[in-house]
Every structure is written in C-alpha cells, then in structure tokens.
Design a protein around this ligand. Structure first.
Ligand code: SAH
Ligand code: SF4
Length: 352
C-alpha cells in the first residue's frame, strides 16, 4: 500500500527527495501544494517536473478521509464533521468560530481534532471513553481534520480535545503538531495549539522537552485521588500531586501556563466543599482552572449541575484566589462540544 505523504515530516520528505537526486526545496513545494493550495493529487502540482509527479504518485498518496456527514449550528458558529476512516470507523472534528468582538479582538477559528478512534481511558462521563478503544490515528489523519476546514476559512487555533487521548498516541500527535506549526506547513502560531490530556506523566515530560510553546490542559475532574480514580478508571495510579508537579515542570520548560479542566457532574464533584479542597490543593501555583459543566451523553445517569451550582463552585474557587472560568458553550444544539463526540451523531439523522 502507498504511504501517506503527511505521515512523513518535512525533513524526512526532504531526505527522501535527496535519495531521488531531487533538491530538498521540492519537499517544501509539495507541502505547500498539499496543505495550503488544497491539491488533491500530485498531478495538480504543476511546478514539479512531470516525471517527479508520477514518481510521487507511485509511492505516496495525499488523499483525505471523505466526510460522511456535517452539522452546523443555527448561528453558523459551530460546524461538526464526521470523517470516514474506512472499515466502519469514523471520527469527528469540530470547528468553532469566534467573530471579532467589541474590543476588536481578532476573529478566531478553532478546530477541535481527534487523535484516536475511541479511547482506552474510559472516563465515565465521556462518550468516547464509553465506546472503548479501536485504534490510533495516523499523523496524516490528524492533519486531514485541519485540512478539511482550512478550505473554508483560515484556522487560528487547534485544540487536541476531540476523541481520544493525544498523549497515548504521541508520535502521530507530534508529527501532526509539526505540520501545523511549521512555516512550510500550516504556519499556525505555536501559542494557538493546545493539547488536552488526562494526565500521562511521562509523555507530558517528553512534550516539555520538544522546544514547543504549545498550551497544555490537564483534565483533573476531582479534588482527591479516590474520586479521580472513579471518574477516570484507566489512567494508572497517578496522583493529583504528581500531576501538579509535572504540570509545573511543563510550565517552567515552556513558559506556558497550565490549564486544569474540571468537568462538573451534579452531586459527584460539584459541591462547594469540593471546590474548597480543590482550591487548597492548587493554591500557590500560577495555573488556570476551566470548569466544564457536564454535557449529558446518552446511556448513563450522570447529570449537569444547575447554573447556580456552577456559579457557587466558581465563586468558591475565586474567593480562594484561583484563576477560574467556566467554558463557553458552543453549538450546543448540535452537541458539538468537544469531548462528546460521534455517538450521538450516528443516531441522529438531522443533517445539513
Ligand atoms: N483525552 C483528553 C482530550 C479529549 S477530551 C482529555 O481527557 O483531556 C477533552 C475534554 O472534554 C476533557 O477535559 C474531557 O474531560 C472533557 N469531556 C469529555 N466528555 C465530557 C462531557 N460529557 N462533558 C463535559 N466535558 C467532557
Ligand atoms: Fe479518553 Fe479524554 Fe474521554 Fe477520558 S475524557 S475517555 S481520556 S477522550
């Protein structure tokens, strides 16, 4: 089978051209065509010699997974696409647009990408986790999700918050990130990229050493280890303290502030005293907490807290001096929020 070109890095591609006796700048030309000019075949790359085009075509492919379905929120701010990976597998990608606001903050377009089909961590509140793990995505499959949307509007931010645990698919994730931030790739600002992880210590340490300035979100969800292990069954025996220490190391290495995500579940982890315990644990660290009121996913008996409960939790955190926000909901009517992907879409025939 032919190899997907985007599974190679730019320098690997250049090295490959070298073995063909081709100048290295050909790699940049091919990257430009594939990522920025939307070429669907090597044949379209008209500034490459014809012989090179057919040689590339014999060895590589640049095809993207086709869309099976798309849904768009009524205000057009959010679009979700279901991409067909073949063999009955599909993944979701979401685009969220933020138009220039009254403070003239420039318009943003954020893509939420998936890194695995399913997820082995099995968080009890997560539709992907409940689905189980099928396979890792390739770098090309991750890049293809961004590529799908760049055809419509320039992308300013990419968040690794779709299906799967990015740090459990480290190599493909990193290759995809390099294509996103490379000047000859999508050329997205490093600060516009955020990886969200359930908290795998070794890979976080590794990411800290990659000389990248990308943001890191660590999913915490509980003020104590026992509750955390109940909510996140298969993440190993990592303690909250070990996670915070690792987060601090990442911050020191990258100069990027860590965000801790906390999904709020009614009666489970949303009590004011739990907020106080959490605040105490986090005190003294220059971090940010993002509260995510639970998005109800089918087939379980968890509930989203009422708005006043969310506000009470937020207030406790702020009184204790912890920098905390509540995640803005986007495109809720199509359940497009990251972390609640696919399952509902397959049962829902409402299509645009
Ligand atoms: N595996 C990574 C990234 C994907 S999930 C991680 O867990 O961090 C992205 C975010 O969505 C995580 O913070 C996750 O906890 C959250 N999430 C998943 N399902 C959710 C749900 N039903 N409601 C609210 N947040 C959810
Ligand atoms: Fe996996 Fe993240 Fe879902 Fe947990 S929340 S099951 S780690 S995708």
């Amino acid at each position: 089978m032919k190899q997907h070109l985007l599974n190679l890095s730019l320098s690997e591609l250049a090295a490959h051209f070298d073995t063909w006796g081709e100048p290295r700048y050909r790699a940049e030309q091919v990257a430009l065509w594939t990522l920025r000019k939307g070429a669907k075949s090597f044949e379209e790359m008209t500034d490459l010699p014809r012989t090179l085009r057919s040689r590339l075509n014999n060895e590589f492919t640049i095809t993207s997974p086709p869309a099976l379905d798309t849904q768009t929120a009524h205000d057009n701010s959010t679009t979700k696409v279901l991409l067909d990976l073949g063999k009955g597998e599909a993944i979701e990608t979401v685009r969220m647009d933020y138009d220039p606001d009254s403070n003239r903050i420039e318009g943003r377009s954020t893509i939420c990408v998936s890194t695995q089909a399913g997820c082995a961590i099995g968080c009890i509140f997560c539709a992907t986790g409940q689905q189980g793990f099928t396979r890792n995505l390739t770098a090309a499959e991750i890049v293809a999700q961004v590529l799908y949307f760049t055809r419509e509007r320039p992308i300013t931010n990419v968040v690794f918050m779709g299906m799967g645990e990015p740090l459990a698919n480290y190599d493909a994730m990193l290759r995809a990130i390099r294509w996103l931030v490379d000047e000859q790739g999508f050329n997205i600002r490093q600060r516009g990229i955020t990886v969200s992880t359930v908290g795998l210590i070794r890979p976080i340490e590794r990411l800290a050493k990659e000389q990248l300035q990308i943001g890191l979100t660590i999913s915490l969800h509980a003020p104590d280890d026992e509750l955390r292990r109940y909510l996140i069954p298969n993440a190993g025996n990592v303690t909250i303290n070990a996670l915070l220490e690792t987060g601090t190391k990442y911050q020191q290495a990258t100069k990027r502030r860590i965000t801790y995500a906390y999904a709020l579940l009614e009666g489970v982890n949303d009590k004011p005293e739990q907020a106080r315990t959490l605040a105490k644990t986090l005190r003294g660290r220059p971090i940010h907490v993002n509260l995510i009121p639970y998005n109800p996913t089918a087939g379980d008996n968890l509930r989203r807290p009422k708005p006043d409960r969310v506000l009470a939790f937020l207030r406790e955190m702020r009184i204790a001096g912890i920098n905390t926000t509540v995640r803005e909901e986007r495109g809720i009517e199509i359940a497009a929020a990251c972390g609640q992907l696919r399952t509902d879409m397959l049962d829902n025939s409402q299509t645009t």
